[in-house]
Design a protein around this ligand. Structure first.
Ligand code: 13P
Length: 232
């Protein structure tokens, strides 16, 4: 399975160094993708690591006069192999648009960095039965005019499930992933939102899930280890 760890804006320097030594002790057969803060990426770019490196964001432009941005070329130099794109926190707080998300995917693919495209509905959209419309819109706008579409990893993260401790019913996840796979039959699809060592066995029953995108639990190496042991 693919297990992507989204540290979000957590772990200051000392905390991260300690975290990394704990994380690197975990023996697992799963593909771990560690997505730290930009500043922690070079700290995590070490020899003999049990993870691949990911980033949480990228500029929608190439290197140049874009103050405060980090380009895909710069991520590539730091050995970054994956990059989260369109996380709901960025869509919400940074007002990231569908066009920007599409440009970010292009920039990543030019550098052979695999995008992890986050999609998912709000609570209101779910209650209005708009989940499938939302995820279709987010996918179709992101993949339009892209090359190597089959390499993009999708992460279905219902916004109402992120950091809330509430997760969808298995049949709801199954339905959404089946819809995603109707559009993108050969792409990997992760689930994200309040995954933990206690609910992972239930989630694992959804055979359509190819892995998980973990937020809070990515910071707790003991719980993470337990979760990994429970994944097939
Ligand atoms: P939590 O696992 O903390 O709910 O966060 C999920 C997430 O947003 C991962 O990108």
């Amino acid at each position: 399975m693919i297990i992507a760890l989204n540290n979000k804006s957590n772990l200051n320097k000392g905390e991260f160094i300690n975290y990394l030594s704990q994380l690197n002790k975990i023996a697992t057969k799963h593909k771990i993708i560690l997505c730290p803060t930009f500043l922690n990426i070079p700290r995590a770019n070490i020899e003999n690591k049990n993870y691949l490196l990911g980033a949480q964001n990228v500029s929608s432009n190439s290197s140049g006069a874009f103050t405060g941005e980090i380009s895909a070329e710069q991520l590539k130099e730091e050995n970054v192999k994956y990059c989260i794109v369109g996380h709901s926190e960025r869509r919400l707080f940074q007002k990231e648009s569908l066009e920007e998300i599409s440009s970010k995917i292009k920039k990543l693919q030019e550098q052979n960095i695999i995008p992890i495209l986050c999609i998912g509905e709000t609570k209101e959209e779910k209650e209005a039965n708009k989940t499938i419309d939302v995820i279709k819109r987010e996918i179709l706008s992101a993949i339009e005019d892209q090359k190597n579409i089959e390499e993009i990893i999708l992460a279905y993260e219902p916004i109402w499930a992120i950091g809330t401790g509430v997760i969808p019913k298995n049949e709801e996840i199954k339905k959404v992933i089946s819809e995603i796979k109707k559009i993108l039959p050969s792409n990997k699809v992760l689930y994200g939102g309040s995954c933990n060592e206690n609910n992972i066995e239930e989630l694992n029953k959804v055979t359509e899930i190819d892995g998980y995108l973990l937020g809070g639990i990515s910071l707790k190496t003991n719980s993470l280890q337990e979760l990994l042991l429970k994944c097939n």
